[in-house]
Each structure stands twice: as structure tokens, then as C-alpha cells.
Design a protein around this ligand. Sequence first.
Ligand SMILES: NC(=O)c1ccc[n+]([C@@H]2O[C@H](COP(=O)([O-])OP(=O)(O)OC[C@H]3O[C@@H](n4cnc5c(N)ncnc54)[C@H](OP(=O)(O)O)[C@@H]3O)[C@@H](O)[C@H]2O)c1
Length: 338
Amino acid sequence: MIENAMPNSFCCYQVNKQEPQEIIAGVQTVSIDDLPPGDVTIRVVYSSINYKDALAATGHPGVVRNFPHVPGIDAAGVVVQSDSDQYQVGQSVVVTSYELGVDRWGGWSEFIRVQPEWIVPLPEGLTLKESMILGTAGLTAAMCVNSLLQHEISIDSGNVLVTGASGGVGSFAVSLLNQLGYQVTAVSGKAAMHDRLIELGAKQVIDRSAIDTGSTKPLLKTEWPAAIDTVGGSLLSHLIRSIKQQGCVAACGNAGGTDLDLTVFPFILRGVTLDGIDSSWYPIAKRTALWQKLATDWKLPDLDSRAEIITLDQVQATVDSILEGSHKERTIIQISEE
Ligand SMILES: NC(=O)c1ccc[n+]([C@@H]2O[C@H](COP(=O)([O-])OP(=O)(O)OC[C@H]3O[C@@H](n4cnc5c(N)ncnc54)[C@H](OP(=O)(O)O)[C@@H]3O)[C@@H](O)[C@H]2O)c1
């Protein structure tokens, strides 16, 4: 075992349930012995706040199954203890999703302990801070873009839609598509974000109501060759019905609902593909390859300026804004010094 000094106690953000139903959350001091078992202990430098983390911070039963719970599906930091040949003390690493911050102690903590299979070495070309500005949101956006590439949606096929465009996943999807040469139509419920979305790479910004018209027709006028959807529900069901022949929708989110009101017609009469995107269990080899792309060919030039940075004791305001749908782009948490 390679080990360097770790404190006996440290801080993390814990969510607790007090009988019968009250959720209490905040920064706590805990013992190093409280960390779960695992081969690699990491001092977390940055974490981030995703939609799932906002749910976890409120003790949402769809995300949190055991209390006390430490949220944070993203963490970037430095290895401080390792029983694995793959990772050495002092190495900079990134861990996103799998069970982190869901069934396992998450990244809103000065230390995490995980198995090596979940770890990606910090790719050359990204700082720890940039890796968390991207975080699960950036990785998921990259997976969605990759899906459109794999479904042979060409850059000259017309405007590609991105829904929930002002959010973490949506804003990265807009910029990545633009960087690869696609024409992007951003769909947003926030009129105040229209100029910013153009700055991020959208050619056009439309309101959700332009897609989610309330029509019940099984097929709508075809307008879009492809879409990246972070919203789900009624918006997703409308856009699947308006995708062109042989088009593709990469769907990753449910911020706007979970039910789909659809017939099979878009699929069997227009050959539309609905590609489900799950970043949680995305295999480590493919994940590492996408991180590599995000650090090189797909690296966004303005990455360092795309997030608000807060501390662990300031997370509540961001949690509230995510849950009420008013949050914009990315918020990362600085947990310890670089
Ligand atoms: N499948 C995966 O692996 C994966 C990974 C990461 C995230 N996700 C999911 O993807 C979604 C987006 O995640 P995120 O981290 O980007 O969240 P986020 O930053 O909170 O962004 C979500 C965006 O969706 C839109 N929105 C919010 N509430 C809405 C509502 N009631 N109706 C319609 N639109 C609404 C808003 O954009 P506008 O105001 O611009 O419309 C909002 O900014 C979430 O559902 C999350 O759980 C899935």
C-alpha cells in the first residue's frame, strides 16, 4: 500500500433524515474511518452540481436510498492512498457517476474512496478545474454528440435542436455541436439567455412552446434532422414527431417530465432513432476516450470561464435554482486547494 498523510477528520456535505420525514442537510465534520471501503482514496479539489445532485441534496428517494448521504456525482482531485497498481499517490484523477453520490459517498467531500475501475486519469490538456466545469454534464453532452455522429447526421443536414439549452448538458451540447460545424437551434425556456446561447454557438434560439405546441398528431411537419434532448416528457415526444426521415434524437434527461406520448409511426414510417444516453454506467474505456476528446480536438476554448465557483457551504442556492429550472450553465464547488 502506498499512502501519504491523511487527517483523522475532514468536512463533507451530509444529507440526513430525521424521523419521521424531515431532511437535514449541511456541512459536517466526519472521521476518515467513516469513508466506505475501496482501493483508492482521493483528496477532492473540485466537485460540481448536477440535476441529480440537487435531487440528492433534498433526500429525493429516486436518488438517495440510504442516510446519511453525501451527494456529488462528480469529483476531481489527487490520489492520497492507493492499493491499486493503476493509480499512484500524487496522481490527478477524475471520477464521474457510476454510483458516486448516489449509492456511494459522493464528491461533496474533502475525501472520497472508490475502486480503480471508476477512475479516469486527468487527461493532459485539462486542469482539475476544467474537468469539473465539464463534469458529468460535459461528458453527457459529448456522448449525445457522439451519438449523432454514429448515426451519420452530417453537418450540412440542417439545424440540429438542443433542448434545455441553458442548462449544464444543453449548453455544452450547443457549443460542442457548433465547434464540430453543425448549425444549432437552441430550445430554451429562458428568454434572458437567448443572447448568451448565440454566444455559446447557437445560430438560432427558440422558445420551448415552438416545439411543444400541444398537438396530438402522431406525425408533425418534419423540421429537424436530429436533436439532443435534456428535457424529456412532452417536449421530447413533440420533437420525435417532427424529426426528418432517418433522423436521430439523443435523449438524456427528464427535467421536464418522464412520460412519452407517442405512436410507433416516427420510428416505422420515418426511420427515426431514439438513442438513450446513460452516462452513469458508460464503460470506462469509452469514457476515457471521450474525456481524451474533450481535452483535445473537442476542447472548448472558453472552458475556464463557463462556471460559477462556490464553496461547500454555499450549495443550497444552486440546489434551489436547479430544482426550480432557473439555473444556468455550470456551478462547480471548490472543496480544497489545488
Ligand atoms: N442520462 C444521463 O446520463 C444524464 C447525465 C446528466 C444529466 N442528465 C439529465 O439531463 C437533464 C439536464 O441535466 P443538467 O445537469 O444539464 O440540468 P440543468 O443544468 O438543471 O439544466 C436543465 C435545463 O432543462 C430545462 N428545464 C428545467 N426544467 C424544465 C421543465 N420543467 N420543463 C422544460 N424544461 C426544463 C432548463 O433549460 P431551459 O430553461 O434553457 O429550457 C434547464 O436549464 C436532467 O434531467 C438530468 O437528470 C442525464
